[in-house]
Design a protein around this ligand. Structure first.
Ligand SMILES: NC(=O)C1=CN([C@@H]2O[C@H](COP(=O)(O)OP(=O)(O)OC[C@H]3O[C@@H](n4cnc5c(N)ncnc54)[C@H](O)[C@@H]3O)[C@@H](O)[C@H]2O)C=CC1
Ligand SMILES: O=C(CO)COP(=O)(O)O
Length: 309
């Protein structure tokens, strides 16, 4: 049984190890420092932990989590996922990969509409700390919460992680819509149907419906599917301009989680019976070379349907 904090109580100030020194790891470290904690970074190629710490945060691309964890022994501290995506080959959320690789049960996720650059500029934002373990969710909430980074807590770990992962898929759709100059009506309609699809997929895995209407679902979807600051949005936008996937990925200057997550959604047998026309078209555009305007027509020409269900 892993205890929360060095002496079984919530450690304060906490020594927090950040695995991943990219944009989000850096911003998370800045928030923790601001709150008086002691964050430090460990490079993803390390094979040993440097010294005692109270919490591990994972801020590396989701497709590299498993191989990174394999190189390191399981640390006897809780693990918080800062990543947003689903693993190709298993469909696992990040905390499921952690459980699978290390056997860790003390796992949590922090997810919400949080562009790292804005956080680093000191702009206000809100997010969600989620864990099945209420004490762990509350501790993670306290570690990160401050007057400009408002952290809510949730027991719906599945819903929070699924919302964070799938909004990247739909962020690509938002970029495609903007790149094709389909207008604001189309953008609002698309986002709403993305939310419906995200909720159907998330519910089938055990997420709670209210979670998808919250910060980690709708909140991050609005952010990602409407902003050029998003790498996923930009990728879709560029594809709509005729730029190849390879070139758009090269220009992204960082991980674009929506691409592998789209593949993970497509191959997951648990999703086979779930209606997911948007994720399906995005898959065909990304991986089967389907013409974007053909996808648009195929979506628009479907049978008229009830809004719910
Ligand atoms: N950038 C943002 O605003 C936010 C990003 N996220 C999520 O955080 C995660 C990391 O994103 P960013 O920090 O933006 O990515 P990034 O592209 O800025 O940095 C990724 C980091 O991953 C590590 N890395 C690179 N190659 C690796 C490998 N082969 N194996 C293991 N680790 C490797 C390195 O530390 C690198 O700096 C993603 O899942 C992303 O969706 C979540 C919230 C906000
Ligand atoms: O997750 C993010 C903001 O909440 C970052 O989005 P992108 O990875 O699309 O840039």
């Amino acid at each position: 049984m892993i205890e929360i904090g060095r002496k079984g109580a919530a450690a304060w100030p906490a020594r927090v190890c950040l695995l991943g020194e990219g944009r989000w790891g850096t911003a998370a470290g800045a928030i923790l420092s601001e709150n008086g904690h002691q964050p430090f970074f460990v490079h993803h190629a390390e094979t040993a932990w440097p010294r005692n710490f109270d919490l591990l945060c994972l801020a590396i691309p989701v497709q590299h989590v498993r191989e990174t964890l394999r190189r390191l022994p399981a640390p006897m501290v809780p693990v918080v996922s800062l990543g947003k995506g689903l693993e190709v080959g298993t469909g696992f959320r990040v905390t499921e990969i952690v459980r699978d690789a290390w056997g860790s049960e003390a796992v949590a996720a922090l997810s919400g509409p949080n562009f790292a650059e804005e956080i680093l500029r000191g702009l206000p934002a809100a997010t969600v700390a989620a864990s099945r373990d209420e004490a762990l969710a509350a501790w993670v909430q306290q570690l990160f919460h401050n007057r400009r980074f408002r952290v809510y807590r949730s027991a719906d770990l599945i819903g929070v992680e699924i919302g964070g992962a799938l909004k990247n898929v739909y962020g690509i759709a938002g970029g495609l819509c903007a790149g094709l100059e389909l207008g604001e009506n189309a953008s609002a309609s698309l986002l709403t149907r993305c939310l419906a699809e995200m909720s159907r997929l998330g519910l089938c895995l055990g997420g709670r419906p209210e979670t998808f209407a919250g910060l980690s679902g709708l909140g991050d979807l609005i952010l990602t599917a409407r902003s050029r600051q998003s790498r996923n949005f930009l990728l879709g936008y560029q594809l709509a301009q005729g730029i190849s996937l390879k070139e758009a990925l090269a220009r992204a200057g960082g991980v674009v989680e929506g691409v592998p997550t789209t593949a993970s959604v497509r191959e997951n047998p648990l999703f086979r019976e779930i209606k997911k026309p948007l994720a399906e078209e995005i898959y065909q555009i990304l991986f089967e070379g389907k013409e974007i305007r053909r996808s648009l027509l195929d979506l628009l020409e479907r049978e008229a349907a009830p809004e719910l269900g």
